[in-house]
Design a protein around this ligand. Structure first.
Ligand code: 13P
Length: 337
């Protein structure tokens, strides 16, 4: 097994998932102002350090995705952030795309940028301790979208990114996110996600990416957040598994879902249900941002001095998601702690 294949397995070892703490400064500022905290390099570090030094990191978090600012910061005890993460046996990762821009000729859609100078940045991130990376493409659903242009150009960028990352000896997380926004039903989400994933894997193969050294970070198959047709957990799990079985090559070792605007408990419950019926060889786990951090952030903002309570909340969410990654979660466990 090659080094990157080992890293991919380590990140999604049994009962472990990923903490996506790679919000750009703009997004983090939005999250912090939502809880009335001024966003500064110090406040962003303080919150993140609180999570990265929590006990839950040890057993439940196999990897942490960082943002450029954070990977270069030092903790209050003088350790670098990657050193802190590694001290729990977890793998430091880094978001390497530089965000989305209007797609030329289809300005209501987005293309992800960041390929220029990527090779050089990857060398730097490796030196700083990163062993995996993330690149997120976004697709919105409407009557007209996503267009063939958005699907093909984003898949091309994802594949070029993944090939460069593997050359730099790191594991690329491939994240094609079909957004939850809209009135569409679950069937439409299934259809769009299927086309998007097919194109991504066509391009990844063309660019000779070793799929065994990658992790897929997809959306779950859900109805739009303004849809009149609600779906239950069982239907979500069934459709999600069907979509992944039909479109993801079996060499891919692991799938780590994004939470995408689901509530914390919804994201946990849906993952648990998917794992109950998972009859594939894919490790199915989490790579949650909001669904791991929301409650912890609220508590932290209320009382910045009470690190213990914030960490307890984060430990609990991490544990719940760890249990759901092996289908051992149930609602009573939420109340128990
Ligand atoms: P959410 O889980 O909040 O959707 O974030 C995951 C992520 O990393 C999006 O790129």
């Amino acid at each position: 097994m090659s080094e990157i294949e080992k890293i991919a397995k380590q990140i999604l070892a049994k009962g472990k998932g990923i903490l996506a703490a790679d919000e750009s400064t703009g997004t983090m500022t939005k999250r912090l102002s939502g809880v009335n905290i001024e966003s500064t390099p110090e406040s962003r570090l303080k919150f993140r350090e609180t999570l990265f030094s929590a006990e839950g990191m040890k057993n439940y978090i196999g990897g942490v995705i960082l943002y450029d600012e954070t990977i270069k910061q030092k903790t209050s005890s003088g350790k670098t952030i990657p050193e802190l993460i590694k001290s729990f046996g977890s793998v430091p990762g880094i978001k390497v795309d530089t965000g989305t821009k209007k797609l030329a000729e289809s300005p209501e859609e987005k293309i992800t940028e960041g390929l220029d100078g990527l090779e050089k940045r990857l060398v730097e991130y490796y030196k700083l301790g990163a062993r995996f990376t993330k690149w997120r493409a976004v697709y919105n659903i409407s009557d007209k979208f996503p267009s063939e242009l958005a699907i093909k150009s984003n898949a091309h960028a994802l594949a070029r990114y993944a090939a460069l990352v593997q050359e730099a000896k790191m594991v690329p997380i491939v994240e094609p996110e079909v957004l939850m926004d809209g009135e569409h039903n679950i069937k439409k989400c299934y259809e769009v996600t299927s086309v998007v994933l097919k194109e991504c894997y066509k391009m990844l193969k063309l660019h000779k990416v070793n799929l065994r050294g990658t992790i897929l970070k997809p959306n779950m198959i859900l109805p739009g957040n303004k849809s009149k047709d609600k779906s239950n957990t069982r239907e979500i799990a069934k459709m999600t598994l069907k979509c992944l079985k039909e479109n993801v090559p079996s060499e891919v070792p692991g799938i780590a879902f994004l939470s995408g605007g689901q509530t914390e408990v919804e994201a946990t419950e849906n993952l648990n249900e998917i794992n109950k019926i998972n009859d594939t060889n894919f490790a199915m786990s989490f790579s949650y941002g909001r669904a791991l951090q929301q409650s912890a952030l609220k508590n932290w903002a209320k009382n910045i001095g009470d690190i213990k309570k914030t960490q307890e909340i984060f430990n609990h969410r991490s544990k719940m998601n760890s249990l759901s990654s092996t289908s051992k979660w149930n609602k009573d466990l939420e109340k128990a702690s």
